[in-house]
Design a binder for this molecule. Structure first.
Ligand code: GLV
Ligand code: GLV
Length: 322
């Protein structure tokens, strides 16, 4: 068997594949591959371990050859995979849920606390030697505790963010999802809202946890941002294109909302011009799952999905085409 890994990942997962005695080809370039490079290096592979920066459609799969059995995406999100075209070719796909839930939820909370308490601004201020002694009005932020957190998209990550909010900060949680979750509601005293708009008008902090789909692109539009309270903060650790980034920039500039913190950008790695000049936004470079522990586990899960498939069993994290 031949496995192609499109970019170096932590060793644990690679070792699992090598221990099978399979040929494991890892891209020698420490960067995202071009489409032609992807096709060339993966030709003849039985399994390909992809990154979220690899755009895989039917024609890439055709280039790899009909022996291909699985594409194991090194991410929980899989909007980089054309699920229909890949499954039409009889190729399985898997992602890495669960192992990164806590890490992404932690990053979401770190962003929420950091924007509310102006941590990044305060750090820059301190390093610049601007602190001249205690002041009553120096760098005032807002409390997080007892506020209302609005979650849009209640999957594993959204639910874990709610856990921190309720158990750690006594926040009130409201949520919107295409499906209602009664168990979640009773566990966390959470309230279901029928539309995303109901979340936007009521919440003090809004955290987005939906997958990127045609129907979630620009879910947070200029009109929707206008519905938020002027005191509200928007947090996005899902996928950049869910928020209209130009609208976000303009709204922050005009103080239509109080602040935002984003880990994902609409056009990574390019940031909407002007966004980085604003003090009321914190920007991290798609690092919400980036801990040593979690990246290792993601590699192990991706490897496990490949192993199960190539040995003729069901991969545990199979992506089900809708
Ligand atoms: C990261 O964005 C992921 O989907 O795992
Ligand atoms: C991601 O796995 C989620 O369900 O939130």
């Amino acid at each position: 068997m031949k496995v192609f890994v499109t970019r170096k990942i932590p060793n644990a997962g690679i070792d699992m594949l090598r221990e099978k005695g399979w040929e494991v080809l890892i891209s020698p370039h420490d960067r995202a591959l071009t489409r032609d490079e992807l096709i060339d290096m993966g030709r003849g592979a039985d399994a390909v371990l992809t990154q979220l920066t690899d755009k895989i459609d039917g024609s890439v799969v055709d280039g790899w050859g009909s022996q291909l059995k699985i594409i194991a995406n090194y991410a929980v999100g899989y909007d980089n995979l054309n699920v229909k075209e890949i499954s039409d070719r009889g190729v399985l796909m898997s992602n890495t849920p669960d192992v990164l839930t806590e890490t992404v939820a932690e990053h979401t909370f770190a962003l929420m606390l950091s924007i509310a308490r102006r941590i990044v601004e305060s750090d820059k201020f301190s390093r610049a030697g601007k602190y001249k002694g205690w002041e009553p009005f120096l760098l005032l932020g807002n409390d997080v505790c007892y506020k209302t957190l609005g979650i849009i998209g209640l999957g594993r990550i959204g639910a874990r963010v709610a856990h921190h909010a309720v158990r750690g900060f006594d926040m009130k949680v409201i949520y919107y999802d295409v499906r209602r979750n009664n168990e979640f509601e009773s566990n966390f005293g959470a309230t279901y809202k029928d539309t995303p708009d109901d979340i936007l008008t009521e919440a003090d902090f809004i955290s987005i946890h939906v997958p990127l789909l045609p129907q979630t692109r620009h879910l947070i539009s200029a009109e929707r941002i206008k519905k938020m309270k002027p005191s509200a903060y928007l947090i996005n650790t899902s996928r950049g294109p869910i928020v209209d980034e130009i609208a976000l920039r303009d709204s922050l500039k005009k103080n239509i909302i109080k602040g935002a913190a984003i880990d994902v950008w609409e056009n990574e790695p390019l940031l909407t011009p002007g966004l980085s000049d604003l003090e009321n936004i914190i920007i991290t470079p798609h690092t919400a799952s980036a801990t040593e522990e979690t990246r290792q586990k993601m590699g192990e899960i991706a490897a496990k999905n490949i192993i199960e498939t190539l040995e003729g069993r069901n991969p545990p994290n199979k992506i089900i085409p809708k």
